[in-house]
Design a protein around this ligand. Structure first.
Ligand SMILES: N[C@@H](CCC(=O)N[C@@H](CS)C(=O)NCC(=O)O)C(=O)O
Length: 235
């Protein structure tokens, strides 16, 4: 049994998809990150960076319990545990890891900044802020990254290794929020084709209704928890 500590966000969605795809036995433990539950001592013991997703596998390597944070590490672990969605053949293996790292180091963080300056900061309670340079910078960077993905998918059905892998699973959830990044998938037709193909997989479609991104407005409390003093002063 795997405990999945999660919330309805792109990084959480990755692990739901992987667990559904692999058919592993798991239970969800919802962490209300708007209310600051990620700072509880018990959660910080599992995820010291105070972020979801995290897992506890009660039957880890050699039957021992293991806990993991960082969605990329969790995807690698679950691929290793099940022998699925990460090819073992060396060239395909490293190609998959390369695109997984591209998502972890670029596509996710940059798109997250695009969300922040385009959608969140202008909706900050009490003192909304619009920063045109930051919006331009991260919207352009998001467009560049979608362009990289679009070019890759022009002659590849999937992102890596000529098959569906953890790289697709990591990238897909971030594309669901393209409007918040001020992108249109129609401008990236190969991404659109791939996106629709992944979205139609039963394991992907199954839980998306309950995993819709939670951010649909900010309160003074939720802003403080996510971007204010509680992020820095908690430990
Ligand atoms: N690099 C991390 C990022 C995780 C992350 O940013 N999680 C967000 C939700 S998508 C979170 O838990 N935020 C709560 C907080 O920052 O306090 C991963 O891929 O797991």
């Amino acid at each position: 049994m795997i405990d999945l500590y999660t919330a309805a966000t792109p990084n959480g969605q990755k692990i739901h998809i992987m667990l559904e795809e692999t058919g592993l036995d798991y239970r969800e433990i919802w962490i209300d990150i708007d209310k600051g539950k990620q700072f509880s001592e018990s959660f910080l013991r599992i995820s010291p960076n105070n972020k979801i997703p995290a897992i506890v596998d009660h039957h880890g390597p050699s039957g021992t319990k293991i806990s993991l944070f960082e969605s990329g590490a969790i995807l690698l672990y679950l691929a290793d545990k099940t022998g699925r969605f990460l090819p073992s053949q060396s060239d395909k293996h490293w190609e998959t890891i390369q695109w997984l790292m591209w998502q972890m180091g670029g596509f996710g963080p940059m798109l997250g900044q695009a969300h922040h300056f385009n959608a969140y900061a202008p909706a900050r309670p009490d003192s909304p802020v619009v920063l045109p340079y930051a919006q331009e910078r991260y919207t352009n960077e998001a467009a560049r990254l979608y362009g990289v993905l679009n070019k890759r998918l022009a002659d590849h059905e999937f992102v890596a290794a000529r098959q569906y892998t953890i790289a697709d699973i990591a990238i897909f959830p971030w594309c669901r929020l393209h409007e918040r990044q001020r992108q249109k998938l129609e401008d990236f037709p190969n991404v659109l084709r791939w996106f629709n193909q992944i979205a139609a997989r039963p394991a992907v479609a199954k839980d998306m209704h309950k995993l819709e991104d939670i951010v649909d407005g900010w309160t003074t409390e939720s802003w403080e928890v996510s971007f204010g003093g509680r992020q820095r002063n908690q430990r």
